[in-house]
Design a protein around this ligand. Structure first.
Ligand SMILES: O=c1ccn([C@@H]2O[C@H](COP(=O)(O)OP(=O)(O)O[C@H]3O[C@H](CO)[C@@H](O)[C@H](O)[C@H]3O)[C@@H](O)[C@H]2O)c(=O)[nH]1
Ligand SMILES: [Mn+2]
Length: 722
């Protein structure tokens, strides 16, 4: 693709088969409209309120389905030309500052954190242009100790990666993933490097086990005295340490090449000041890094998301440095992929359709959201710069020059004061990333979604249902808050972002309100079954057809999309279950907490998700066995709804055999019974966990009793009083 003799650094292709897709979508829309017409024109006398509620739910589903079309209508795919980038810019590459965030040395083990740090230090990029910053909201000397060890290990690991062109640059992942046979030389070096790693691992784990840093290490490294005034995680001074100083000519690896800078920061925290979670951490890093390396490009990764592709920096720069289009692009988001996904992903944690379909669709309308980990930003747009036509990126790194004269210690002291001002990411929202990305797009910038075939980043997903539900509550609550905020994609935006992109954002912002319609749909029709009152057209009626058509084709389409995104059939089935569970628990609580928050009763928190699990929990996870384990209000709702449907189904079957007869039931309440039957079918693992399992991951008996009582009460009172 050449225009005026200019070779772009990236190209954009539109998805194939769009015409067929659009035809299909139009046919579904007709079906949806017919369903609405039927509901409005056939309101019965018996079951009137149930019917009107279903009308509301179907209006909602139809509307929501229309929104999701924006994510499919205009998908685009990106491709980069890294060789052109190297040819054109050679050694003249911009500085890149990499921010890694960690917050808890127990939930996020230091060894995992340093593997991520090492993986990004080893990018295929000039080391003198790379600076890696670790923000430790846990303020943990153990994490610091691990980073200190990593700074030593890097001297061996980075040359090894360079020499053998290692792609998986996280050592832990590399040691288990490597499958290609090695030549004798590499095999020899591998043994050495593995040994060094094992020794380091040992030292870190021992320190973690005894819960403190060995005395001789403390004495040798006086930096540890910074913890002397530390009173708790929520109450301490700024702790800042430059472990590898990129300006120091002696900071070299085993082969004599300079190392990337490496900085540790635990920002000051006081109980009386809100620390604003990850957004606060990122902003502290933005300020501190501006005085150290001041790279014009910032990459943000979570501590559990290591780099799996050593070319990602160059990929991202192909977009940001493209001479024709680069100046419009504020950030490049890579997909979030995960290492610990099982084959049939019981919690549907890979979110593959979002990554393989939806974000490509949003990219077609102006760009994906910023979703935290795996995103390259321009420093100035992240800090609030507005888009203007004449804008050209400034790739110089001035702070580096200015401060060259200062000693590391002077610099560290100076920077401590900087770690507590706001700039950059927005505060007050549990999804600081999404709201910040949206605010950047509203200032006129575009973003880009780049999904390379070799996965760029691999993270960790939670291994238990309660954790997954809590994580989704945080996300859906955050997205709902965006909808209600001044950045809302729903209100008129004066043409700042396109309608398609606004619709795309709304799909996520409306995750939470979805809960109401889904809860209604999964309870009320089943209860009406107990009274034999039909709420759907009879099978002999022509109105049956739009229902059947819409239900069947959207599910077949959903299945195909899931398979096309790399999933399995059973994975899709599990995805349907999680879809249902998230909507009836996480999202419902997100709605309730958002209401409470707007009344000033509560404040939203950021509950950090666990990255490690007990051995037996992990074993069940590997086998795709759902882990309930604890009693929580969310699990109570899930199990009550599941039991209610089971009781209703038993009621219908009894009616079919003892009452009206199979034909009678079949004629009048087919769809309703099918709906109820499917809900029972999808809940099989839950009944299993309620009644049959003996392991620790089952549903606790007290919760079982409670939900049986609730479900029975609902069924009995409905039959008696309706
Ligand atoms: O007070 C805090 C809380 C969290 N974190 C870090 O934030 C990251 C994300 O936390 P995690 O518990 O792993 O949340 P996830 O739900 O997995 O994260 C997704 O969702 C978050 C927003 O809810 C984004 O911040 C993340 O980038 C995105 O990957 C981790 O590196 C944490 O160490 C902090 O630095 N400080
Ligand atoms: Mn995470």
């Amino acid at each position: 693709m050449e225009s005026n003799g200019y070779y772009p650094l990236f190209e954009t292709r539109r998805a194939k088969g769009r015409a067929i897709y659009r035809l299909f979508a139009a046919s579904v829309l007709v079906g949806v409209c017919l369903i609405w017409v039927y509901r409005v024109s056939h309101i019965p006398r018996n079951g009137r309120w149930g019917w009107i509620g279903l009308l509301g739910a179907e209006l909602w589903f139809g509307f929501y389905w229309i929104l999701t079309q924006a994510q499919r209508w205009n998908r685009v795919y990106r491709h980069t030309f890294k060789d052109r980038l190297s040819q054109r810019y050679g050694k003249d590459m911009p500085g890149v500052d990499i921010f890694v965030c960690t917050a808890d040395p127990v939930l996020e083990p230091p060894l995992m954190v340093i593997n991520t740090v090492l993986s990004v230090m080893a990018y295929d990029y000039p080391s003198e242009k790379l600076s890696v910053y670790l923000s430790d909201d846990g303020g943990s000397d153990l994490t610091y100790y691990a980073l200190l060890e990593a700074s030593q290990f890097a001297k061996h690991w980075l040359p090894y990666c360079k020499k053998f062109r290692v792609e998986t640059t996280s050592p832990a992942a590399y040691f288990i993933s490597r499958d290609a046979p090695l030549d004798a030389n590499q095999a020899k070096e591998l043994v050495i490097i593995k040994k060094l790693y094992a020794e380091m691992e040992n030292r870190i784990e021992n320190a973690a086990k005894i819960g403190r840093i060995p005395e001789e290490v403390r004495l040798k490294h006086k930096q540890f005295s910074q913890w002397d005034s530390y009173s708790s995680r929520r109450d301490h001074d700024t702790i800042l340490q430059i472990l590898i100083d990129g300006r120091d000519p002696n900071a070299t690896d085993e082969d004599g090449f300079v190392l990337p800078s490496l900085v540790y920061l635990a920002r000051e925290k006081r109980p009386q000041h809100h620390h604003n979670f990850k957004a606060g951490a990122m902003n502290a890093l933005i300020r501190v890094s501006s005085k150290i390396s001041n790279g014009p490009i910032i990459l943000n990764v979570d501590c559990d998301m290591y780099s799996n592709n050593s070319h990602s920096v160059r990929d991202a720069l192909c977009f940001l440095m493209d001479e024709e289009k680069g100046h419009e692009i504020a950030f490049v988001q890579f997909p979030q992929n995960f290492e610990n996904i099982t084959k049939n992903e019981i919690y549907s944690s890979s979110m593959r359709v979002i990554g393989e379909v939806e974000f490509h669709g949003m990219d077609g309308y102006g760009g994906p959201p910023y979703v935290g980990s795996g995103c390259f930003h321009r420093r100035d747009t992240l800090c609030g710069r507005k888009f203007s036509k004449g804008y050209k990126g400034d790739w110089s790194t001035s702070a580096n020059e200015r401060l060259r004269e200062e000693s590391v210690h002077e610099l560290e002291e100076k920077l401590k004061g900087l770690a507590s001002l706001q700039m950059g990411l927005l505060y007050g929202c549990p999804v600081e990333d999404v709201i910040t990305g949206l605010s950047i797009q509203r200032r006129g910038w575009k973003s880009v979604y780049f999904n390379p075939s070799r996965k760029a980043f691999l993270g960790v997903v939670p291994a238990t249902l309660p954790e997954v539900l809590v994580q989704h509550k945080r996300w859906s609550e955050g997205d709902l808050q965006i909808l209600l905020s001044k950045y809302s994609p729903a209100w008129f935006q004066h043409g700042k972002i396109s309608l398609g992109l606004r619709m795309g954002y709304c799909v996520y912002c409306l995750w939470a309100p979805n809960s109401l319609a889904v809860l209604y749909y999964s309870v009320i029709p089943s209860l009406y079954l107990l009274k034999g009152i039909p709420l759907f057209p009879q099978i002999s009626s022509p109105w049956f057809l739009p229902f059947a058509y819409v239900i069947i084709v959207i599910h077949i389409y959903g299945l195909l999309e899931f398979l096309w995104s790399g999933g399995t059939i059973l994975g899709w089935w599990n995805d349907q279950r999680m879809w249902f569970y998230k909507r009836t628990s996480s999202y419902l609580f997100a709605v309730m907490d958002t209401i409470l928050k707007s009344l000033g009763v509560t404040d939203s928190a950021f509950i950090i998700s666990a990255k490690v699990a007990d051995q037996d929990v992990s074993q069940r996870y590997e086998k795709d066995i759902m882990e309930f384990g604890i009693s929580s209000p969310m699990i109570t709702i899930l199990s009550t709804v599941a039991l209610l449907n089971l009781f209703c189904l038993v009621g219908v079957v009894k009616e079919a055999f003892l009452g009206e007869g199979i034909m009678g039931v079949y004629k009048t309440v087919t769809l309703q019974s099918v709906l109820c039957g499917l809900l029972v079918l999808i809940n099989l693992p839950l009944y299993h966990a309620l009644f049959l399992r003996k392991d620790k991951g089952k549903i606790p008996s007290s919760l079982a009793v409670k939900s049986i009582a609730f479900a029975l009460f609902a069924c009995i009172s409905f039959t008696l009083f309706y």
